[in-house]
Design a protein around this ligand. Structure first.
Ligand code: LM2
Ligand code: CA
Length: 473
């Protein structure tokens, strides 16, 4: 029964009858995904086994796996040279083995699919796997005729985000823009994506979806075998003609609007707003993928990031407690300059992840150190909390000043404190009496719920206390 429930949840999460996935993980499966930015395939595999599977994380979003230009910045990954599964992150064999290992741990694999463009290089070169290429020449894949030349600006670059034609047919930072409306381009893309499907890949992040008409994306997705999970990157920006909602036919969308609001709420302390996001114009909850940050926003500083320490952790816990959307966690490496390289070996391949030793939020990370913020106790604890409370309704809401607390019926309760001062309070809950572990603190610090369902606790400054029925001493 339990196993069936896990299989069913997994199937639902992945948008239906995924052909290649079986989940044997034993933890309760959550709807939470995680982007492991620039983690190599071997490191993702061991993280699936050691941390993600046991924590009940549903899937990992990998960085792009296809052959890319040679160079030290992380963004070489976003300039495809060919669709060989051969990159700085590992070989095809390592990729295959990662998919297998993660599946055995009950974790699905979602791949970042760079399908809007090829390279942005004006001179000819060779890719990571040795494949020759020119800006508009990719042997065996594409020639000049397969690219857009929008003719709307001197460089053919995107110059006007108020024009859909400009955004979709011109070049995003000089990246050769594929004619995604054509049969030939769609066929090549489908071959690549279906090759990944044959390895067992469960779904795709559609990179730069805004830069392709929603109808092109839909046609490409149609050509993918089986019923893969799809999540699209359409950065929300008010007043633009292209909006995430245009893409819902092909799958889910990342809700950038909520990530921006989290920054504001951490400033104002208005955490209770998350319980009522109706007025914000976000994507429908069932198709919304929420997040605190991703690799782009931690660099352009439009969202919180690991640098914000306890505030970042608080925002992550709040997101995990919310019934709106499904969260995607983020984990990357520390940097001071956007182009900072990541740890590589003598050949330039990304080396295995070694997580920074986390003692508390005051830790400063050295450039290139793997932050592993997904392992912070508050994050893992709230993933468990989320699984425990499931879809139970919000009850026993309380807020005062910068503090906000609520329950999910008789299954769990959480209290947040967005201020510099610890908060002592007696919370009224609908929980059965007894002892509970505060799951966001390391170890089990015991909270005692009385016969009337109330408990008294000190919520740390910029911290939380969370208890649920599946974690009792
Ligand atoms: C994305 N989503 O839509 C990715 O999340 C984002 O990280 C990608 O940009 C972008 N779209 C294209 O896939 C990154 C990075 C850019 C970088 C591009 C291409 O943020 O800075 O552009 O990848 O590698 C770089 C240079 C840029 C240059 C371009 C072409 O920064 O100055 O443009 O390469 O050579 C002349
Ligand atoms: Ca385009």
């Amino acid at each position: 029964m339990r196993r069936l429930a896990i299989l069913l949840t997994a199937a639902l999460l992945l948008g239906g009858c995924s052909t290649t996935t079986t989940f044997d993980g034993d933890g309760p499966k959550s709807d939470v995904g995680i982007q492991l930015f620039q983690w190599n395939w071997d490191s993702i595999a061991s993280e699936c086994t050691e941390v993600l599977g046991p924590a009940g994380i549903a899937w990992v979003l990998t960085s792009p796996p296809q052959e890319h230009i040679v160079g030290s910045p992380w963004w070489t990954a976003y300039q495809p040279v060919s669709y060989k599964v051969e990159s700085r992150l590992g070989t095809r064999e390592q990729f295959e083995s990662m998919v297998k290992t993660c599946h055995e741990a009950g974790v699905a694999i979602i791949v970042d699919a760079v399908i809007n463009h090829m390279t942005g290089q004006d001179s000819d070169g060779f890719g990571w796997a040795g494949t020759p290429f020119g800006h508009y020449e990719y042997p065996g894949l594409y020639t000049e005729k397969d690219f857009h030349h929008c003719g709307l600006s001197e460089s053919d670059d995107i110059t006007d985000y108020s024009s859909a034609g400009n955004v979709q047919n011109c070049e995003l930072v000089n990246l050769a823009d594929l004619a995604t409306e054509t049969d030939h381009v769609q066929e090549q893309l489908a071959k690549y994506l279906n090759d990944l499907r044959s390895i067992g890949v469960d779904g795709f992040r559609i990179d730069a979806a805004k830069h392709m008409p929603a109808s092109d994306v839909a046609e490409i997705v149609e050509r993918i075998d089986g019923d893969p999970y799809i999540v699209q990157e359409v950065i929300r920006s008010d007043g633009e003609p292209i909006q995430p909602e245009d893409y819902l036919e092909s799958g889910d969308v990342f809700e950038f609007g909520l990530a921006y609001q989290l920054v504001a709420w951490m400033k104002t302390g208005q955490l209770a707003n998350i319980a009522n996001v109706d007025g914000y114009g976000f994507a429908p909850s069932e198709q919304s993928r929420t997040f605190v940050d991703n690799h782009d926003t931690e660099r352009n500083r439009q969202t919180l990031s690991y640098r914000d320490g306890a505030k970042y952790q608080l925002a992550t816990m709040l997101l995990l407690a919310s019934g709106y959307g499904s969260p995607v966690l983020y984990s990357g490496y520390a940097f001071t300059i956007n182009n900072n390289s990541l740890p590589v070996d003598a050949e330039g391949a990304v080396t295995d992840v070694a997580c920074a030793n986390f003692a508390d939020f005051a830790d400063a990370y050295a450039d290139g150190e793997w932050v592993c913020q997904h392992r912070w106790p508050g994050t893992l604890g709230m993933v468990g909390w989320r699984s425990a409370v499931g879809s139970a309704e919000v009850t026993d809401e309380w807020s005062e000043g910068d503090a906000y607390a609520f329950g999910r019926g008789s299954l769990g309760y959480v209290a947040f404190n967005a201020s510099d001062v610890p908060l002592e309070h007696r919370f009224e809950t609908s929980l059965p009496a007894g002892e509970y572990c505060n799951v966001v603190a390391a170890g089990c610090s015991v909270v005692e719920v009385g016969a009337d369902g109330s408990f008294s606790v000190v919520v740390p400054a910029w911290g939380a206390v969370a208890i649920h029925v599946d974690s009792r001493p």
